[in-house]
Design a protein around this ligand. Structure first.
Ligand SMILES: *[C@@H]1O[C@H](CO)[C@@H](O)[C@H](O)[C@H]1NC(C)=O
Ligand SMILES: *[C@@H]1O[C@H](CO)[C@@H](O)[C@H](O)[C@H]1NC(C)=O
Ligand SMILES: *[C@@H]1O[C@H](CO)[C@@H](O)[C@H](O)[C@H]1NC(C)=O
Ligand SMILES: [Fe+2]
Length: 397
């Protein structure tokens, strides 16, 4: 008897020793002087410069673009005219092309409790050349507005591309610093992978959807000129049955379109795109994903469609991380991890970008990371095991 319990004690000691070694190995130490302040940053007030309405009556505002098809030579251009349908046409031309083309948008409005949206326009253009600068104009007459964007190179293994990563942005003073930080980065991101949680309008009473409008005006300075690839987060759910709002994701899906049909998805909340040398799969952790669900079935096929010769980089975007040990949102991604981690491993997913957790953790001490030159990720990615993100750290999660 006693020898058996000795053995148990020895085992326990050995495990404690191992744990000690692991803790030692896993301790990344302190890597930054930065300590988050205890004050929560305030939302920028309604009269802030970043929320300014463009001059003129009913001028297009909240202009934003996203990828419009699977290959990358399509774009969806969206904008809001606040008080009347106004012109629903986009005029566009390539930098070296002489002729201007016209494309017609769709238009919708929605209500949320006692809020009525402006006229939301979405215009799909999918006949663009790859690797080209395009100009586009919306609105009419004196208050017509002009923007531009670049299409990505045709998908292929040797086409460099720089993605920016932003998640959990909100509209606080820190959100503005985050966006400015991204814009001022010398690496110059060409498209934003947005990891969910956009406006945080749901923190307001009755989810005051005017805060969706302010957010749209705030990010226009970037999102009108380069595509933001959208992922849905918990702040997009907007499910409030006590005030009669029972359609999840209503403001988000009305305002932000995605090219989901191009990848055979049935929902704008999960889809995939190719962009340059990357194949990007966007998942929704707030839509059902259990066995036999549409998302599950779609994803199973999706992994088979990836051609690593064409797009060597396989990237997954999902709002809720599979791995972290922070106290907030602890293990919220666990059921999804159990379901999908084996698929990710089997399909050799290169990197998963997530948002949601407003904390920094890392699991390696020293980095000697050599990335192939085909994609310029290191700008925002410092370590493959870690989720690095820009966030308005400090507001409500
Ligand atoms: C919506 O209802 C709230 C609370 O009753 C009120 O403060 C707000 O002014 C209303 N907004 C509109 C557009 O009616
Ligand atoms: C937001 O940032 C921009 C660019 O850095 C700056 O011009 C603007 O004044 C800022 N606005 C607020 C409300 O912080
Ligand atoms: C994968 O992509 C390469 C390069 O574009 C192409 O040559 C090949 O035919 C593709 N394979 C399949 C199975 O489609
Ligand atoms: Fe979140």
């Amino acid at each position: 008897m006693s020898s058996r319990s000795d053995l148990t004690i020895m085992r326990v000691c050995f495990i404690i020793f191992l744990l000690g070694v692991l803790v030692e190995l896993c301790d990344g130490g302190i890597t930054s002087e930065y300590v988050r302040g205890s004050d929560l940053p305030d939302d920028m007030p309604l009269d802030s410069d970043v929320f300014k309405v463009p001059p003129g009556r009913n001028t297009p505002q909240q202009v934003h673009i996203t990828q419009g098809n699977h290959e990358g030579n399509g774009v969806i251009i969206s904008w809001v005219t606040p008080s009347a349908p106004c012109s629903n046409t986009v005029r566009y031309w390539s930098e070296n092309g002489k002729s201007k083309k016209l494309a017609e948008a769709t238009m919708n409005t929605y209500r949320f409790f006692n809020y009525t949206s402006g006229y939301i326009h979405h215009c799909l253009i999918d006949d663009l050349e790859f690797d080209m600068k395009y100009y586009y104009e919306i609105g009419s007459g004196k208050w017509r507005r002009r923007f531009w964007f670049f299409t990505p190179p045709k998908p292929g293994p040797d086409v460099p591309y720089t993605f920016g990563l932003i998640g959990d942005l909100g509209q606080t003073y820190d959100s503005n610093r985050t966006l400015s930080h991204y814009e001022m980065n010398p690496g110059k991101g060409q498209a934003v992978l947005f990891l969910g949680d956009l406006s945080y309008a749901d923190l307001y009473k009755f989810h005051d959807n005017n805060r969706w409008d302010t957010w749209g005006r705030f990010v226009e300075r970037s999102a009108a000129y380069q595509p933001w690839i959208w992922t849905a987060g918990n702040h997009e759910i907007d499910f409030v049955p006590d005030i009669g709002e029972t359609e999840p994701f209503k403001p988000f899906t009305n305002r932000y379109h995605t090219p989901y049909k191009a990848s055979g998805s049935i929902s704008p909340l999960w889809y995939s795109i190719k962009r340059a040398s990357a194949y990007i799969i966007v998942m929704s952790c707030y839509s059902s994903y259990g066995v036999y669900t549409p998302q599950y079935k779609w994803l199973r096929k999706e992994f088979q469609r990836v051609n690593r010769t064409e797009t060597p980089w396989l990237i997954v975007l999902v709002h809720c991380p599979f791995y972290h040990s922070y106290e907030r949102h602890y293990m919220e991604g666990e059921t999804m991890r159990v379901m999908y981690e084996p698929w990710f491993v089997k399909s050799k997913v290169d990197v998963v970008f997530a948002g949601h957790v407003h904390a920094y953790e890392r699991s390696v001490k020293k980095l000697n990371l050599v990335l192939p030159s085909s994609i310029d990720l290191p700008l925002y990615l410092h370590c493959p095991q870690v989720i690095i993100k820009y966030t308005n750290a400090g507001t409500c999660f």
